[in-house]
Design a protein around this ligand. Structure first.
Ligand SMILES: Cc1cc2nc3c(=O)[nH]c(=O)nc-3n(C[C@H](O)[C@H](O)[C@H](O)COP(=O)(O)O)c2cc1C
Length: 337
């Protein structure tokens, strides 16, 4: 089927006024974020745009709804040995590990630079123990430019044989609660969930009960690529995280399931930040229709550093073409059968 053959369904409000579209420049892209809003729904996915310096050569950071930093831990870390990347069908596998210079360096050197550029910064934090997450959150209180914290639950828990915090509702709950307790009350705390769990909905519910103001989903899926010439795993760390278009249906499915639980009243409603293989505005719209009110662009940035801004423009066009005057009118619409 070609693009021209596809039927584009318009929203009923627009159809009832006889229109099939609205001017794209008039679409209201204001996006729910925690208890507040951001000017638009597009951010960068953690780890795919560093701390923004490289990206700033390609686009004005302040034009994105926010910039999500790569995950920051209390102390500097060197990450995993190379090779750390492998190509996969419709995606990539990375085994970078959580490399970084630590929270103090970030606050002193990276955050002021981001704030000067007017970037709204969603800071991704993690640690090996619950108190590490809290220490990062504390260090960010009162800092310029920070609009929220994203708690990366896909980090090995030193107190539980290295099983990631996201692996079960109880450990996810404890981390989110600890961060929520120390973070400034007005600062939204997002929990970033992993897809390779028995029930992402149960983990989502535990995070919201613990005080999460939003949910980011999904992180990468674990995978292995074997090099058939060397006859060994391609990545030095063997297992890597799969990202890119290959995981998009998994990600949309997770957003759909959690939004459905919110609609059913099984989980308090908080905004969802969707990600996983977004390359175009149409991809982003899929997440919005499934229930996301924000979207993050990750792997696509490695091919096209302008992708986040292009996705924003294309999403605006896609909403306008379908008669949506507001982003929020499209959020979760796929659930209205
Ligand atoms: C190279 C690379 C590094 C990443 N680093 C992080 C990270 O530091 N923290 C994190 O929460 N997610 C990290 N992720 C996961 C992304 O933020 C995102 O959840 C995932 O890749 C799915 O989105 P995508 O398919 O658009 O990349 C990383 C992904 C890639 C490809």
């Amino acid at each position: 089927m070609t693009g021209a053959d596809r039927t584009v369904f318009v929203n009923t409000a627009a159809a009832s006024t006889g229109g099939t579209g609205v001017p794209s420049e008039s679409v209201d892209l204001t996006a729910p974020f925690g208890g507040g809003t951001l000017p638009n729904p597009v951010t960068t996915a953690s780890g795919c745009a560093g701390y923004g310096r490289e990206l700033a050569k390609f686009l004005p950071l302040a034009e994105l709804g926010s910039i999500t930093t790569k995950t920051i831990m209390p102390a500097p870390r060197s990450g995993r040995p190379t090779p750390r990347m492998a190509e996969t069908p419709s995606g990539m596998l990375n085994g970078i590990g959580l490399q970084g210079s630590g929270i103090e360096h970030f606050v002193a050197n990276e955050l002021p630079w981001l704030a000067e550029r007017g970037a709204r910064v969603l800071v991704s934090v993690a640690g090996e123990r619950v108190e590490d997450f809290a220490a990062c959150a504390r260090a960010l209180n009162g800092q310029p430019g920070v609009v929220g914290l994203e708690v990366n639950l896909s980090c090995p828990n030193a107190d539980n044989s290295g099983l990631v915090f996201a692996a079960n509702p109880a450990t996810a709950h404890d981390v989110v609660q600890a961060v929520r307790e120390v973070a400034e009350p007005t600062l939204p705390v997002y929990a970033k969930l992993a897809p390779d769990v028995t029930s992402i909905t149960d983990v989502a519910k535990a995070c919201v009960r613990a005080g999460a103001d939003g949910l980011s989903m999904i992180n990468t899926l674990p995978g292995v690529v074997i090099d058939t010439d060397t006859l060994r795993p391609h990545l030095a760390g063997v297992v890597g995280g799969l990202s890119g278009p290959a995981i998009r249906p998994v990600a949309v499915g997770c957003v759909y399931a959690v939004h459905a639980a919110m609609r059913a009243g099984e989980c308090a409603a908080v905004p969802i930040l969707g990600m996983g293989g977004i390359r175009t505005g149409r991809d982003a719209l899929e997440f919005v229709l499934a229930g996301a009110s924000g979207v993050a662009v990750g792997t696509a940035i490695f091919n096209d550093p302008t992708a986040p801004l292009r996705v924003l423009d294309e999403l605006r066009e896609a909403l306008a073409a379908r008669g949506f005057a507001k982003l929020t009118d499209a959020v979760g619409l796929a659930h209205h059968h």
